[in-house]
Design a protein around this ligand. Structure first.
Ligand code: PBG
Length: 332
């Protein structure tokens, strides 16, 4: 589209910026609480709330407090919550069997939320890193992250999560072929309504640092994730991955991290028109919070600006640790 406007002074762009009313009228996109998915960290125990040093304001919660958090989120109008378990290191093994234990922490949390707060959508993480002694998202044999064997494990994991009552499965592992395998298994098991939000374009990023602290994977991780997560220099490859995952049956797709990858969000939305999400990851949250706590930026304004950027880039929704804060700020 070629912009058309009269020469100055016939056209003055400041006319539509002059008052709040005119700015509201001409605003192109809006951020709403219904755009938010809130990621939360779950731990063992009861009545426990444990701060995460590198994510000020974010805590690991025991299952009973996760249920309370879900209740609060629902009260604020947040449509979905996404669960990440902090697994007891003693339960991490080379075969990652805890991942498909129907009574593991994540599955207990899903059941507890669905029993008490049935209307909030529960999203899960499908990847082996919380269960893997190596901290990798896949099975590791002789230093190699195996693809097809990992997909078999992920399918078992997805099925127990669906059984526990998850509404949305979030494969974050970046193995090839996992969406098709999971979709087929879910259909065969009668879980026709369980949706898949594929982490389709997930980059090998330094911005995941605080998250790995939060789930206790930092010390465990050997090496990096570059053989399965994307090269930050690539953009055409993101489109091929999204096309592949949609063709395999993904209902929604995600770009991750968020702010450094807004160009990818825009390309994905323009190319496919599918429900498109971005994950404003732990490092992005930590940067904004850290600067705000030091008084270097206005935290609330920076938070809202960082999120409207996702809407402008074409995203339908955002996974963000700010979700309750945003909901309260938008409500005020
Ligand atoms: C791993 C996973 C990661 C995140 C979500 N799922 C980290 C990684 O790939 O190492 C990162 C989220 C964040 O940084 O907020 N399955």
């Amino acid at each position: 589209m070629q912009p058309v406007f009269a020469p100055h002074p016939l056209s003055r762009f400041r006319r539509t910026r002059r008052t709040g009313a005119l700015r509201d009228l001409t605003q192109e996109v809006r951020l709403s609480t219904s755009d938010l998915i809130w990621p939360v960290f779950v731990r063992d125990g009861t009545g426990l709330r444990e701060p995460i040093a590198s994510m000020p304001g974010v805590d690991r919660l025991s299952v009973d407090l996760v249920v309370e958090a879900a209740q609060m989120a629902q009260g604020l109008g947040i449509p979905a919550i996404c669960l990440f378990p902090y697994t007891d290191p003693a339960r991490k093994t080379a075969d990652c069997a805890e991942a498909w234990n129907p009574d593991n922490l994540a599955n207990r949390a899903i059941r507890a939320i669905k029993a008490r707060v049935p209307d909030i959508a529960v999203m899960t993480d499908v990847a082996l890193d919380p269960y893997n002694a190596h901290g990798h998202d896949g099975l590791v044999v002789d230093g190699e992250i195996l693809n097809d064997e990992t997909v078999e494990a992920l399918v078992k994991m997805a099925l127990v999560q669906a059984e526990a009552g998850a509404d949305i499965l979030g494969p974050s592992d970046m193995m090839d072929g996992r969406i098709g395998a999971m979709r087929a298994a879910l259909e065969a098991a009668g879980h026709r309504h369980v949706a898949i939000l594929s982490y389709a374009a997930k980059y090998a990023s330094a911005f995941y640092g605080p998250f790995r602290d939060a789930v206790g994977a930092t010390g465990a991780l050997k090496g990096d994730k570059k053989t399965y997560q994307m090269n930050p220099a690539n953009s055409d490859e993101a489109l091929r991955l999204v096309a592949r995952d949609l063709a395999e049956g993904a209902d929604m797709v995600m770009v991750k991290p968020g702010m450094p990858y807004l160009d990818i969000c825009r390309r994905v939305k323009d190319a496919f028109g599918a429900p498109t999400f971005a994950y404003q990851v732990s490092g992005e949250y930590a940067m904004i919070k850290g600067a705000a706590l030091n008084g270097w930026i206005d935290g609330e304004k920076a938070m809202l600006e960082s999120l409207i950027a996702f809407k402008r880039a074409g995203c339908d929704g955002i996974l963000t640790y700010f979700a309750p804060e945003v909901a309260r700020s938008l409500r005020a």
